[in-house]
Ligand binder design. Structure first.
Ligand SMILES: Cc1cc2nc3c(=O)[nH]c(=O)nc-3n(C[C@H](O)[C@H](O)[C@H](O)COP(=O)(O)OP(=O)(O)OC[C@H]3O[C@@H](n4cnc5c(N)ncnc54)[C@H](O)[C@@H]3O)c2cc1C
Length: 337
């Protein structure tokens, strides 16, 4: 396997941060991954698994090996009248998977189109958007244990998915490399359209029984209005998670901020982090070469040539302001390396 040395990662992270990795290996097949693990290099030096680099901020050169799965493939494994099980390779582009299955009429991924990144990262982060999460459709995750090189298939339950969270960010952090993900997609109408921007767009388009493609097209249009196109503006999407609060915490906040934006989330409530940031006056502002996006304050973006440290600096300043105004701790969604 070809391990390259001193590679710039600028083209491999959507923030466009120019750092260098001392070693870089592309894994283009399961066999490649087996060879890499048998070689033992991941036990000898620091490593990072890099998908599309759309949720990672590098603050300095990486003195170790960057492993980049690039294996491709989307295959229907089984199908009956109600559902299809589809397996996608870790290096497949997530949005390509979502559009491909949606165009074929399967329900399940339509709300998740246009999320940048690769299939392999989706279960790590449990990507989500517009009322749906990857966990709603992931049936299993195929991964290799780095320490032993053994292959394991995790069921949905074993992944212990949570809000932008999974076992792979906790107990099994940095222990497995995902090589493929299996999805159960529905052939009958199962939609989530209660997100207000989606509801009104479907209404404007006179769509009452939406096909998956109609939903995906609305989602793509909504995303275009709110989020920067990673091809044009460097960012990691939403930089912060929406904080979860209890009913009593919400009531206390509401007493001072009656217009606080929140959504029910199980037994608790999710506060709109973008609203909190906006109320602190950060929307449209910048610090150094990093800006807060003027259409969505959750998004930090590269104004040109920013460093990872500048991203972290503005993020920390925002966290401090939100904490001091609302007493709420914002958690970074992006991974800082
Ligand atoms: C413009 C924009 C919009 C976005 N919108 C959304 C959104 O709507 N919803 C949302 O949830 N996210 C969103 N994101 C964030 C991002 O797209 C997701 O977190 C995505 O899943 C990251 O995928 P990636 O392949 O780029 O992962 P990376 O950023 O490369 O990696 C993310 C994490 O996953 C690990 N990882 C990656 N691949 C593997 C693998 N094969 N095996 C093991 N670990 C692996 C990495 O080590 C790292 O810890 C957005 C980002 C951008 C730039």
């Amino acid at each position: 396997m070809d391990i390259k040395e001193n590679i710039s990662l600028k083209a491999y992270n959507t923030f466009g941060i120019d750092v260098c990795a001392s070693k870089y290996a592309e894994v283009s097949s399961e066999e490649d991954l087996q060879h890499l693990l048998a070689d033992g290099i991941l036990k000898e030096c620091p490593f990072v698994i890099l998908g599309g680099g759309s949720n990672i901020v590098f603050v300095k050169d990486f003195d170790g090996i960057v492993v980049h799965p690039t294996n491709k493939g989307i295959n229907i494994i089984s199908e009956n009248d109600n559902e299809a099980v589809v397996e996608a390779a870790a290096g497949e582009t997530w949005s390509n998977l979502a559009w491909t299955m949606t165009r074929q009429g399967y329900y399940g991924l339509e709300n998740l189109v246009e999320i940048p990144g690769c299939v392999g990262a989706a279960p790590i982060q449990n990507v989500g958007a517009y009322g749906r999460e990857a966990k709603d459709v992931i049936k299993y995750v195929v991964a290799y244990e780095i320490a032993t090189g053994t292959k394991k298939t995790f069921t949905n339950k074993e992944c212990r998915f949570g809000y932008r969270n999974s076992i792979f960010k906790n107990e099994l952090k940095d222990q497995y490399i995902v090589i493929a993900v299996g999805f159960a997609l529905s052939k009958t109408m199962e939609v989530t359209t209660n997100y207000s921007a989606l509801t009104s767009m479907l209404c404007d388009r006179n769509i009452t029984s939406p096909t998956p493609l109609q939903i995906a097209e609305c989602i793509a249009d909504i995303r275009r209005q709110k989020l920067p196109d990673p091809k044009e503006i460097g960012s990691a999407g939403s930089f912060f998670k929406n904080p979860i609060v209890t009913h009593s915490q919400l009531e206390i906040l509401k007493a001072t901020y009656p217009n606080i934006v929140c959504y029910p989330s199980g037994e608790h409530y999710k506060l709109a982090a973008g609203w909190l940031i906006e109320q602190c006056g950060w929307k449209g502002r910048s610090l150094g070469k990093v800006g807060v996006y003027d259409k969505q304050a959750l998004v930090l973006f590269n104004k040109g040539g920013c460093t990872g440290t500048e991203v972290v600096n503005i993020a920390n300043a925002i966290v401090a302001d939100v904490e001091s105004k609302f007493g709420v701790q914002l958690e970074k969604e992006a991974i800082i390396i």
